[in-house]
Design a protein around this ligand. Sequence first.
Ligand SMILES: N[C@@H](Cc1ccc(O)cc1)C(=O)O
Length: 422
Amino acid sequence: MSNELLEDLKWRGLLYQQTDEEGLAEVLEKDKISLYCGVDPTADSMHIGHIVPLLTLRRFQMHGHRPILLVGGATGMIGDPSGRNEERQLQTAEQIDRNVDGIKVQMQQIFDFQTENGAQMVNNRDWIGAMSVIEFLRDFGKLISVNYMLAKDSVASRLETGISFTEFSYTLIQAIDFNHLYDNYNCRVQIGGSDQWGNITSGLEVIRKTHGEETKAFGITIPLVTKADGTKFGKSAGGSVWLDAKKTSPYEFYQFWINTSDADVIKYLKIFTFISREEVEALEKTVETEAHLRKAQKVLAEEMTKLIHGESALDDAQRITKALFSGDLKALSASEMKAAFKDVPSIEMERTAKPIVDLIVEAGISSSKRQAREDVTNGAISVNGEKVTDLDYIIDGKDRLEDTFAIIRRGKKKYHMVQFLA
Ligand SMILES: N[C@@H](Cc1ccc(O)cc1)C(=O)O
């Protein structure tokens, strides 16, 4: 049996492992179901790696199914060993509470909660936190053998280097979650990243043991997003690409996507956006015939920035991009300039009125005084977007930005930030 939604997921490259492909197709043809994905509060924000399974959940929602978003207030206290070769550092309960709050807000931005099949948010602290040790060991510990747990990748790969009993137990806790949601939310499917296969199948094992072999629950994992050049996906110069605008500004976020290579852009449009197959295929043609226009990258960056930060943040990001491209910085506010130039070389200086030539030598922008004079007279230097050709030009805080910082450009593209100390 084929199912439109599953076919679409397959075409998008979103299916990695599945427990019972046929069985799931059959269920989805007949019923509207509930399904879940969990995120542990390891930080106060999600990064773009987290959103792939979540966006997949949203694709289910768009087909009438109901997403359950689980925040791991309990599992975050334990630490998932999956995909890690070292024991995790425990976080304090207060930190985890803060992280839970941050992640909830971001989930609210991605999902629709109001409609008939609106998303539901749950925290496993609500049932795991209330469970006694005796209940845990008698009601669930008996269902799963240590041998079974030792065979999980997440455990087997750590037997040499060591794994605490705490992290060893993790898979059983996530299994209890699936069983709990199966019982109380009629949840039939769990989705996760490829490293979650072991935890998802533990859940199916517990559900089978408590409900009988005939129970219809399913697991799906999603492939790790890769880059054609072999480097790790989801990193920019400053590290992870976060959803939190305070950690990764909407401008940087937009830049991250717009810089996607031609070799990756179509794959990412399929994985990350909701644009239709026809549109993706049309964009694929543009990559083949007019790659220099970067139409596919623009659509990707627009869709993603709009989804995570909203329309007006997208407008701002595009305005900054345009201003930088044309070199006309006058359209930008001081805070936009700061965001736009966050990654350019920056130097701190005393705030004393100084001729331009001295300043650019001191800041290391021109290599010598002679070079600096040449640069200025040749029109190679601009301050906050204004070309400066006068050798006697004094930077003295008259310009609107110079009391805190100045953006100095040498040549076409080399930007520097000079931050004036108060
Ligand atoms: N273990 C998952 C998060 C998770 C937690 C609890 C669950 O029930 C499901 C998923 C992860 O680290 O990505």
